[in-house]
Design a protein around this ligand. Structure first.
Ligand code: ASP
Length: 356
């Protein structure tokens, strides 16, 4: 464990990218509903920022977005903001709504190839201007972590979500709570840091870039990808209808337990036919914890024969954004399948990488 404290911190420069979300919202006095506000307003509520030991600059999305409105084009804007400013800053903090934060974190982890600086995403459950807000500590801690260096080298050179007590790998995250401050978890991966009286970084779990190559940003994300939750009682019409969506390229199929689904011949036939048409179907589990293992039961085996591939312990958020990225790069279905079985940037617990 490495403990970050104000004394062992080298001075860093940080770019804050404010995209919106509850952290910067204010209440409309007439309707009582929350509306996004600009960054200056947000900073007014955090006088502590003046005491932060690092230099920071900010840019903001205009208008700031509720994260339910954020999509691939906004991820591209965030990736571009990082890439355009990459050489001028030691780390990046992205302020973002919590609702789709896990998708954004997953997407950026694929879009920022060869990242060697921290991109720390945070937000809050209560607006920063509210009494009892969780926004202040999330923001200040995110800055501390984005700034953390050891002998000039970033300590956490990956896309992460920093929220309450944990620093988490971005592409392993799920939003798990709409009511409580502890909103995110990475069920299949250990936290990268525990945030309490001290910030303790578990370096063992932090991604070690295997390369010193320059950052390569990728901006094209193909949106022709969906999540399909298998339910007891699913009908051939539903399955066929979904797999016949025009231009559909990829499906994160959420199955039961270790990757099980109905083994009716019609079910397997429909999947097989879609797979033969070039639709990439990745099997991910509906369970929070654990991995798909398609060789345990007959149904898994039948799906393997039908061309379905295992998503192991990847989250749906990660499987979806990884396919958007791979199709966005223009890869053919077979190549996408090959890469889906590899860990590109620590998104699944498997030792295949693009290089081996
Ligand atoms: N609706 C808000 C958003 O995701 C919720 C939040 O920030 O917590 O933008």
């Amino acid at each position: 464990m490495l403990t970050l404290s104000a004394n062992n911190q080298e001075k860093s420069s940080i770019l804050i990218i404010y995209t919106g979300g509850t952290i910067g919202m204010v209440e409309d006095p007439k309707t009582g509903s929350l509306e996004p506000f600009d960054f200056e307003h947000l900073v007014d509520h955090v006088p502590e920022l003046k005491d932060v030991n690092h230099l920071y600059t900010s840019i903001q999305f205009t208008p700031p977005l509720d994260s339910s409105q954020v999509g691939p084009q906004d991820w591209a804007k965030m990736a571009k903001a990082v890439a355009d400013n990459y050489d001028n800053y030691d780390g990046f903090v992205i302020l973002h709504g919590t609702d789709t934060m896990a998708y954004t974190a997953s997407a950026l982890s694929f879009m920022l190839e060869n990242l060697s600086k921290p991109v720390i995403i945070t937000g809050s459950q209560l607006p920063i201007g509210r009494f009892r807000t969780d926004g202040k500590e999330n923001l200040i801690t995110a800055i501390e972590i984005a700034a953390a260096k050891k002998e000039g080298i970033a300590i956490v050179p990956e896309v992460c979500i920093c929220f309450q007590e944990y620093l988490l790998r971005g592409n392993r995250c799920k939003k798990v709570n709409a009511d409580y401050f502890e909103a995110f978890e990475t069920f299949n991966y250990a936290p990268l840091a525990h945030i309490g009286v001290e910030i303790q970084i578990d370096e063992e779990f932090v991604y070690k870039p295997a390369t010193t190559k320059p950052l390569i940003p990728h901006y094209n994300m193909d949106p022709n990808v969906i999540a399909l939750r298998i339910l007891p009682g699913i009908t051939p019409e539903t399955l066929k209808g979904i797999l016949s969506i025009p231009n559909l390229k990829g499906v994160a199929m959420e199955t039961f337990g270790v990757g099980n689904a109905p083994s009716f011949p019609w079910f397997i036939d429909i999947l097989k036919e879609a797979s033969a048409r070039g639709i990439v179907i990745v099997n991910v589990t509906q369970c929070m914890i654990g991995s798909v293992a398609m060789d345990i039961y007959d149904t898994g085996d039948a799906m393997l024969q039908a061309g379905i591939i295992s998503g192991y312990d990847m989250t749906t958020e990660s499987a979806i954004t990884k396919m958007m990225y791979l199709f966005g790069e223009g890869f053919a279905p077979d190549k996408v399948k090959e890469y889906m079985k590899c860990s590109l940037i620590g998104e699944m617990t498997i030792h295949n990488t693009k290089e081996n």
